[in-house]
Design a protein around this ligand. Structure first.
Ligand code: 9Z3
Length: 381
């Protein structure tokens, strides 16, 4: 059978972009983790989380990055663990981690939660309850060995890890799930168009035009022209197609679609579902992502999940006025009808609800249905 264009793009990418140095270590850890949980009949989810960098030089001083702190991924991982899953957490190095996220990347230092008492370090009274809850969950997950943490930095490191781990997850069949929350760059600098050394800004020290790849006639993708820095990126091949068709054909795949224009969100999510024929696209707007998301799936069509107004988490960059703006069906009635897949009848002043606590149970029941369907198909054949 002739190679599809997605297969050709895959093989071109992985022959030209070298694997990360720690790939073997990661795959060794992932293989042992997957085997153990497969033997125990557990569901395993690969959660991807955080941004990806696009280096401009081989000895990288400068790179392109994006906004993602990894909140979605780290928070979701905790709720998957709470729901009994084993979690492979493939995250951008130094982005948020499950459990420790409660005490990192804040305006407060973790030291602010502590005090000295009789020469000992102790957690101060007002944080005891919450920290004890988090610590208990973390300790249990560690004891049961249900969380494997792997990291990447660049887009290429991310893709290599995703492909290798996906292939290792194949024996899990429909018990494997991919939850692709990482904010993945759409554009990159191919290795053979990347200069080795730091791009010079001083015209007196300009380098020759050569990139590393012998015989490449294209100029370096990032270069100075006169006083200007010119960056000419190439598209990252769309690997979702390969994940769905080739790397993990039986797994349940949940992808995210991020937009800033409310009028595009649902259309783009539907387009993605149609194009890749996977199980679920979760659409979110940058400005409202902590309070609402839309599920687009073949199983249930379009379905909004929304945190009630009085239970929303705080967000400095969020824009409350945009909640409901991408919801073409119920746009006008959001305040009156925030009952869709949310907890109801919550009195004012109750603690904030993380939207992931609503997302994960929905996905878990969808996973259950899909596993049952796969088992029924297997029995019938
Ligand atoms: C998302 O849409 C995530 O929900 C966010 C989470 C990145 C918005 P934070 O890390 O933000 O909590 O601050 N992730 C996926 C974005 C993405 O790159 N999707 C690809 C696309 O839209 C497809 S897999 O093409």
């Amino acid at each position: 059978m002739a190679d599809s264009s997605a297969q050709r793009a895959e093989s071109h990418y992985f022959t030209h972009e070298p694997p990360p140095k720690d790939l073997k270590t990661n795959t060794t850890l992932a293989r042992a983790f997957i085997t153990r949980h497969a033997d125990e009949g557990r569901r395993v989810v690969l959660v991807t989380s955080g941004g990806t960098t696009v280096p401009l030089e081989q000895q990288t001083v400068r790179y392109i990055d994006n906004f993602s702190a990894g909140t979605r991924g780290a928070t979701s991982a905790e709720y998957f663990l709470q729901n009994g899953y084993a979690v492979i957490f493939l995250h951008r190095q130094f982005s948020l981690l499950p459990y420790s996220r409660h005490y990192s990347h804040n305006t407060r230092s973790f030291l602010d939660y502590m005090k000295e008492e009789n020469g000992q370090v102790v957690v101060d009274q007002q944080h005891q309850d919450q920290m004890l809850r988090v610590l208990r969950q973390y300790t249990e997950v560690k004891r049961e060995n249900r969380l494997l943490i792997l990291s990447y930095v660049t887009i290429t490191e991310y893709l290599w890890n995703l492909r290798e781990v996906a292939q290792l997850m194949r024996p899990l069949g429909p018990k494997a799930m991919f939850y692709l929350a990482a904010a993945v760059s759409d554009f990159f600098v191919p290795q053979d168009r990347m200069v080795e050394h730091k791009i010079q800004s001083n015209e007196e020290f300009l380098q020759g035009a050569g990139a590393s790849g012998g015989g490449n006639t294209k100029p370096p993708a990032a270069r100075t022209e006169g006083k200007r820095l010119v960056i000419d990126l190439e598209p990252v091949p769309k690997f979702l197609k390969q994940l769905v068709d080739g790397w993990a054909p039986e797994a349940i795949i949940v992808s995210f679609k991020l937009e800033t224009d409310p009028s595009l969100l649902v259309k783009k999510a539907e387009y993605s579902l149609k194009k890749y024929s996977h199980h679920l696209v979760i659409g979110n707007l940058l400005a409202t992502r902590k309070w609402e998301v839309v599920f687009v799936s073949a199983l249930d069509g379009e379905k909004w999940i929304r945190v009630p107004t009085n239970r929303r988490t705080k967000s400095f960059s969020g824009m409350p006025s945009l909640v409901g703006s991408a919801d073409q069906l119920t746009k006008k009635d959001i305040e009156a009808d925030d009952s869709i897949a949310t907890e109801q009848g919550i009195p004012r002043g109750e603690p904030a609800v993380e939207i992931e606590s609503l997302i994960i149970p929905e996905i878990e029941s969808m996973h259950t249905k899909l596993i049952e369907q796969a088992e029924a198909r297997a029995r019938a054949s």
